[in-house]
Design a protein around this ligand. Structure first.
Ligand SMILES: [Zn+2]
Ligand SMILES: [Zn+2]
Length: 774
């Protein structure tokens, strides 16, 4: 038998996921000799055998690769045999300038969950049980290479039993960096708010935490990427109290339920949604509420959906499980599990920081001593209107920092993203590292975590940006950072128009090469336009190099600027005036303005003056604001506590069976909603119900999108449509518009890997900046 040797280089997610033990076990099974090692560029394997044996080995590598691994490429070079006498795992080798992707955090695996509740296991009820297939990763990594000394687990020297598992290639915990046990690993304890002294430690803290939760108290629980605030979701008073303390007026709270069966008692769960719920990312999944669910209305006021996730750390499971029953019985009601922060601040991560920042929010703290190096919020997804793909709303824990693979090479560059829902993006080769959710950059702590995050990613993935991309909005803190950094490091900076970035993000998300332009329908709330107006209802013919604004929603004045975002009645009055509809008292926004008027001020007069003079009333083509206006005119809501609340509530009302629509007039690329608004007001005055009005409004916009795209196809001979921008989070609109476009023979692309809102913007900025000539 002629022996030869195969040298195999594998890149992708192949470290920290049990890849070397898998290779070791496979080679041993096939009776092959050689070695495997980690390098800073992936995994290298050298193995002797006959051609047939080597081919079988190589094919099986891909077929049976560990569940959390992802092979990007596999290069094989054959040569003379190495004369090995055994198969070995050899020491790591550093490759200068190369990088290996870092795994996101992974929820507890089935094996560890079994051991957690097995009284015979030495990690029985240990809140930090993990293995090569599960546990913290990204949030505990301080530096590369990914070895224990470079993680926050370096504070916990392994005991003899754990060290033996760590060193055994055939053990599930071989080189599992966060491996730990009750003897050597992190511990939990419970504190009363206002005291840094542990009240109880270990197991009794779980019992007491459960008692307090069932008693209606608010608990701060330290998790993987930060603290959560938890309370019994079926106790309206507990939820209300948390809401008031958090200064979170109307925004929904995420919920945690122990298993799929529990979720099904409270929500309608399709088979696709069940897959999303149980996936190892354990995102918050937006689900339709089950009528009659005892979950308090205050968890998601005015909505017919709930955001639900399953437990993902051992500690979560221990909280839900009755400590006196074996096997585990989950007997706690659904819990609110909202991020541990005040209103728009970033989620708290450190113990001392949490004690201070959450002092007024939590009655007690369930703490532990494993430090969180990188803050990482829960991801939020929903299932797509068609098929089993996900529709991400926030891409964070479980996904970041897994890079997005692009169909083309990228230079090393940094894109700094938008102001709200910020994420940044760093690129190299065919990878785009879109960051975890950073948040709203308006406060100091968030800005700090934005700057720290950029430096951390640059170091972890060895990226030295040669170009910086930023949004055109001069007041965005992300923009200021980009310009200062470009100046400091003497780098070219590329300003990218907001809606163009959305469409490019949609193209890159769908793996388009960008050689052919697309029709981009960018509908969102606020984007700084090339003419200085606020854009948001844009039709672009775009590729990565550039765009042409070929159509848009008609301009209206936005009285009060940003203030109108929080007070939809203002933009409603502006649209009414523009549509020639008199401000009569029977219209809800007019009534609101009269009632809200303070002593001596006539808000209607002030607003009218603003509309005529244009003082603090910039022009906008924002589709988000038109939705706000419609919601206010229909009487749904005049003032909101978070952006798009009125539009979200209007969507919630819409009657799914209604097919009628209000017409939008299209002339020379201008979408004029005058007739739409007149029809809406006529229906309102005619006593037509809100669900019908809401549906006809949505259908009207979907119809207008369809008609406009058809005109653009004739004009530009393009039949690929990319939908992007925050308004496309509206599932009613998305499914109606898609149906309309697909009937017309368009290929419709929308997001599936990054959010359609500003959380995906940095990806678009990056690919646009890469396409610009120097
Ligand atoms: Zn595990
Ligand atoms: Zn141990």
């Amino acid at each position: 038998m002629l022996l030869r040797s195969a040298h195999i280089h594998i890149s992708g997610i192949v470290q920290g996921v049990g890849f070397r033990p898998f290779v070791y076990a496979l080679a041993t099974r096939l009776g092959l000799h050689g070695w495997v090692r980690n390098t800073s560029a992936g995994v290298d394997i050298q193995v002797d055998g006959s051609l047939k044996q080597l081919e079988a080995f190589i094919a099986t590598l891909r077929l049976e690769a560990p569940p959390l691994s992802h092979i990007d490429s596999q290069d094989v070079v054959f040569g003379p045999p190495g004369g090995f006498t055994a198969f070995e795992i050899v020491h790591s080798q550093a490759v200068e300038a190369a990088f290996i992707p870092i795994s996101p955090d992974v929820c507890i695996c089935a094996d560890c969950l079994w051991e957690l509740f097995d009284p015979a296991d030495r990690r029985y009820r240990y809140p930090f049980i993990n293995c090569t297939n599960c546990g913290p990763r990204f949030t505990i990594i301080q530096d590369i290479p990914y070895d224990r000394p470079n993680t926050t687990m370096s504070a916990f020297p392994l005991c003899a039993a754990c060290a033996a598992e760590y060193q055994d290639p055939l053990d599930r915990r071989f080189h599992a960096q966060p491996v730990a046990c009750p003897d050597c690993g992190p511990q939990i304890w419970l504190e009363r708010g206002g005291s840094a002294e542990p009240l109880v430690r270990g197991e009794p803290s779980i019992r007491m935490a459960r008692d307090w939760l069932m008693d209606g108290q608010v608990l701060a629980v330290k998790g993987l990427g930060g603290f959560h605030l938890a309370c019994d979701a079926t106790k309206p008073q507990a939820v209300e109290r948390l809401r008031q303390r958090k200064l979170r007026v109307g925004k929904p709270f995420a919920l945690m339920m122990p298993d799929l069966a529990a979720v099904e008692q409270h929500c309608l769960v399709s088979s696709e949604e069940a897959v999303l719920l149980t996936s190892h990312q354990r995102s918050v999944v937006i689900l339709e509420r089950q009528p009659g669910s005892p979950v308090a209305e205050a968890c998601a006021p005015g909505q017919h959906t709930m955001g639900v996730m399953l437990p993902y750390t051992p500690l979560h499971y221990l909280l839900f499980a009755n400590p006196d029953q074996t096997p585990a019985v989950y007997d706690l009601p659904p819990l609110v599990m909202t991020s541990g922060n005040l209103s728009e601040e970033p989620i708290a991560t450190g113990n001392a920081e949490a004690r201070q920042r959450l002092a007024k929010l939590a009655d007690a703290f369930l703490m532990h001593d494993r430090d969180i190096h990188t803050r990482c919020d829960d991801s939020v997804v929903r299932s797509q209107p068609e098929g089993a793909h996900i529709y991400p709303l926030r891409r964070s824990r479980g996904y970041a920092p897994d890079p997005l693979r692009l169909p083309f090479e990228m230079p090393p560059l940094l894109a700094t993203g938008a102001e709200l829902k910020n994420t940044f993006c760093l690129t190299r080769e065919r990878y785009a590292f879109l960051s975890h959710h950073i948040g709203d950059l308006e406060n100091y702590e968030t800005l700090q975590s934005f700057e720290d995050g950029i430096r951390h990613y640059e170091r972890l993935f060895r990226i030295a940006p040669q170009r910086i991309a930023y949004d055109l909005h001069p007041d965005y803190l992300a923009t200021r950072y980009a310009l200062e950094r470009a100046c400091q490091d003497d780098l070219p900076a590329v300003g990218v128009q907001h809606q163009h970035a959305h469409i490019a993000a949609g193209m890159a998300d769908n793996g388009l090469s960008g050689e052919l332009p697309v029709i981009g329908v960018a509908l969102d709330g606020t984007g700084y336009g090339a003419d200085g107006a606020i854009w948001g209802g844009e039709f672009l013919v775009a590729d990565y190099r550039g765009y042409q604004r070929v159509a848009h929603l008609a301009y209206v004045r936005l009285p009060g600027g940003d203030r109108a975002v929080h007070e939809p009645w203002r933009v409603a009055l502006a649209w009414l005036k523009q549509a020639g509809i008199a401000w009569e008292d029977d219209l809800p926004p007019v009534r609101h303005a009269r009632q809200a008027a303070g002593e001596g001020t006539n808000l209607l007069q002030v607003l009218e003056h603003q509309l005529i003079s244009g003082l603090n009333a910039p022009y906008t083509s924002s589709m988000g604001r038109l939705f706000d206006a419609a919601a206010a005119i229909a009487g749904v809501r005049q003032v909101v506590s978070y952006e798009a609340q009125a539009a979200i509530e209007l969507e919630a009302l819409a009657d799914r069976s209604e097919t009628g629509y209000y017409p939008v007039t299209i002339t020379d690329g201008l979408l004029d909603p005058t007739s739409l608004l007149n029809a809406l007001v006529a229906d309102l005055r005619g006593g037509i119900t809100l669900p019908i009005i809401a549906a006809r409004f949505h259908n009207g916009i979907a119809e207008a999108v369809g008609v406009m795209c058809r005109e653009l196809r004739t004009q530009y001979d393009l039949d690929q449509v990319v939908l992007s921008g925050g308004v496309w989070q509206n599932m009613f609109l998305l499914s109606r518009a898609m149906a309309r476009l697909q009937t017309d023979g368009f290929t419709v692309l929308f997001h599936q890997r990054v959010p359609t809102n500003d959380g995906g913007l940095a990806l678009g900025q990056a690919v646009i900046a890469a396409a610009q000539d120097n």
